[in-house]
Design a protein around this ligand. Structure first.
Ligand SMILES: [Zn+2]
Length: 449
C-alpha cells in the first residue's frame, strides 16, 4: 500500500451553507461507518513501535478530524450502544439497557433491539432524504427496510465479512444490483445517507472464531488477529473511497467512522493457567454476603426468592447490584467496604454517576466492574484469552472515532471528551436536516468548518 497517499488524492473542501435547510441544493452525502468493537487502544497499538498498520486511516486523520477522547456509554454493549449512536441519546432515552432487574415487575428484563427514540435514518426519511443501510441491523425497520427502493436495508447473509460489506456499499453507490434474498435491490440514484456496519473487529476481539479465523490461545494472539484484520479493513476503506471518487461524488461526501464500544481482555492471558482464567464472581458474592446481605444471581426472565436482599445481574464482566427492598446509604457503604481493596475490583459506580452518564433509570443501585483481565462470569469455566466489553474500563469505554470530508475540518485533533451519541445530530447537521427527535447529544461544531 505504498501508493495510498496518491490513491487518496486531495479532498476538495468546498464551502457550504451549514445550518440552512435548502433541500433544493442539498447535494451532501453522509456515510456513517460503524466498526463494532473498535477500541481506541487497537488504533494506538496498530501504530506503535514504528509499525504502521493503518496508513489509510492515518492519512484520513491528516485530512479530517480525529477524536482522541471519544467515549461510549453504559452499558457498553452492542444493541444499547448501536441504538444510542443512531438516536443520539443514551439508554435513559432509548430505554434499552440490554438487561436489568426491574423492581416493579420483580423480574430480570432482557432487551433486544428495542429503541423508544427516533433514529437518524427515520429522521432523514421524515425529511425527504433517501437512506440506505448495509448490514447496519439497528436501522432495520427503523428507517431502512429490506427490498424498499427508497430506503433499502441490504444484507448478504451471515458469512459476509468487512470485504463483502464494503463491496456491497461500492455496488450501491455504483447503481449495481446488490443484496441477498428479499434485501436485493438495484437503485438508480445514490442515497444521501448510507450506514455501513462491520463486526470483524468485535468477533476477533471477543476471540471467537470469526469469518473462518480460529480463536487465539493467548492474549498476544488475540491482539495479533485484531491487528491483522484492522490492517485489511484499512486497505479496503481505501478502495471504497476510490470508488466514491470514481462515481464523482467524493467532494460532496462527509464520513463518520466510529464504534459502539471497545474491548476488554479477560481470562487466561498466556499458555499457562493463571489467576485470571476463572471468574471472581463467587469471591465477590462471598464478600457481599459477609456484609450481611443475601444475594442471588439472576438471568433474563428470572425472579428473586423471597429472602433475597440483592439481585446480581451481569453479562460476564460488570455486575449490576439491585436491592430488592428499601436500602440505605449505610447498606451501600457496607458493600463498598466489603469489596474495596479486593485485587479484582476495577471501578464501582453509584446511582448518581450512572444517571449522569445516561444509564437507564433502574439499571442498578451499584455497578461493579472488574479490573482487567478479571471477570465476573456466572460459571466456573476456564476462559482462554477472551474479550468482552460490558466494562467501565478504558479498554471498553474509550473508542476510535474519526470524521473527514465535506464541511469537516482538515487535520484537526479533537481532544475534548465527546461521546458517540454526538454523531447523530452532527450527521443531521451535515445533511442539513433536523436531528432525531429525542437526541440529546451535541453537534460537534468544533469539528466542522
Ligand atoms: Zn458491539
Amino acid at each position: 500500500m505504498s501508493n495510498i497517499k496518491s490513491k487518496l488524492g486531495s479532498i476538495n473542501y468546498s464551502s457550504s451553507e451549514v445550518g440552512k435547510v435548502d433541500m433544493g441544493t442539498n447535494d451532501n452525502y453522509v456515510v456513517y461507518i460503524n466498526w463494532d468493537g473498535f477500541a481506541w487502544y487497537y488504533y494506538e497499538l496498530a501504530n506503535s513501535g514504528g509499525i504502521v498498520k493503518t496508513p489509510v486511516i492515518n492519512d484520513l486523520i491528516q485530512k479530517g478530524v480525529i477524536f482522541k477522547n471519544a467515549y461510549t456509554g453504559i452499558p457498553s454493549i452492542t444493541n444499547p450502544m448501536q441504538s444510542a449512536i443512531v438516536s443520539g441519546a443514551w439508554p435513559n432515552v432509548t430505554r434499552n439497557c440490554y438487561r436489568y432487574y426491574d423492581k416493579k415487575q420483580k423480574r430480570v428484563i432482557q432487551f433486544r433491539r428495542e429503541n423508544k427514540a427516533e433514529t437518524i435514518a427515520e429522521a432523514a426519511v421524515r425529511q425527504g432524504i433517501k437512506v440506505a443501510s448495509v448490514h447496519q441491523f439497528i436501522l432495520e425497520n427503523r428507517g431502512c427496510e429490506a427490498g424498499n427502493a427508497d430506503r433499502p436495508y441490504i444484507t448478504l447473509g451471515e458469512r459476509a465479512d468487512y470485504e463483502d460489506r464494503f463491496d456491497a456499499a461500492i455496488k450501491l453507490i455504483k447503481g449495481e444490483a446488490v443484496g441477498k434474498g428479499k434485501s436485493r435491490i438495484k437503485l438508480d440514484y445514490i442515497p444521501k445517507f448510507i450506514s455501513i456496519y462491520m463486526d470483524d473487529l468485535d468477533g476477533l476481539g471477543h476471540n471467537n472464531r470469526t469469518y473462518g479465523i480460529p480463536a487465539a490461545q493467548t492474549e498476544e494472539g488475540r491482539l495479533c488477529n485484531v491487528m491483522r484484520r484492522l490492517k485489511q479493513m484499512d486497505e479496503k476503506l481505501c478502495e471504497f473511497i476510490d470508488e466514491c471518487k470514481g462515481v464523482g461524488i467524493y467532494d460532496n461526501m462527509s464520513f463518520v467512522l466510529t464504534a459502539d464500544h471497545g474491548m476488554t481482555p479477560y481470562g487466561r492471558q498466556d499458555k499457562m493457567s493463571d489467576c485470571y482464567a476463572k471468574s471472581m464472581l463467587l469471591d465477590l458474592i462471598g464478600a457481599i454476603e459477609r456484609g450481611g446481605f443475601k444475594t442471588q444471581v439472576l438471568s433474563a426472565g428470572e425472579s428473586p426468592k423471597k429472602d433475597t436482599d440483592i439481585v446480581l445481574v451481569g453479562a460476564g464482566l460488570q455486575i449490576q447490584l439491585s436491592f430488592t427492598k428499601e436500602h440505605t446509604k449505610q447498606d451501600l457503604q457496607k458493600i463498598m467496604t466489603a469489596v474495596l481493596g479486593k485485587e479484582y475490583i476495577g471501578r464501582i459506580m453509584e446511582k448518581d454517576e450512572l444517571a449522569q452518564r445516561g444509564a437507564m433509570d433502574g439499571f442498578a443501585d451499584l455497578l461493579i466492574s472488574p479490573r482487567p483481565p478479571y471477570s465476573f462470569k456466572a460459571n466456573s469455566k476456564e476462559y482462554i484469552a477472551k474479550g468482552q466489553h460490558d466494562s467501565l474500563d478504558e479498554t471498553s469505554q474509550h473508542i476510535f472515532s474519526l470524521m473527514w470530508g465535506r464541511d469537516i475540518k482538515k487535520g484537526y485533533n479533537y481532544t475534548d471528551r465527546m461521546y458517540n451519541i454526538d454523531f447523530a445530530r452532527t450527521i443531521a447537521h451535515l445533511l442539513k436536516i433536523d436531528g432525531p427527535k429525542c437526541a440529546t447529544g451535541n453537534i460537534l461544531t468544533d469539528a466542522l468548518i
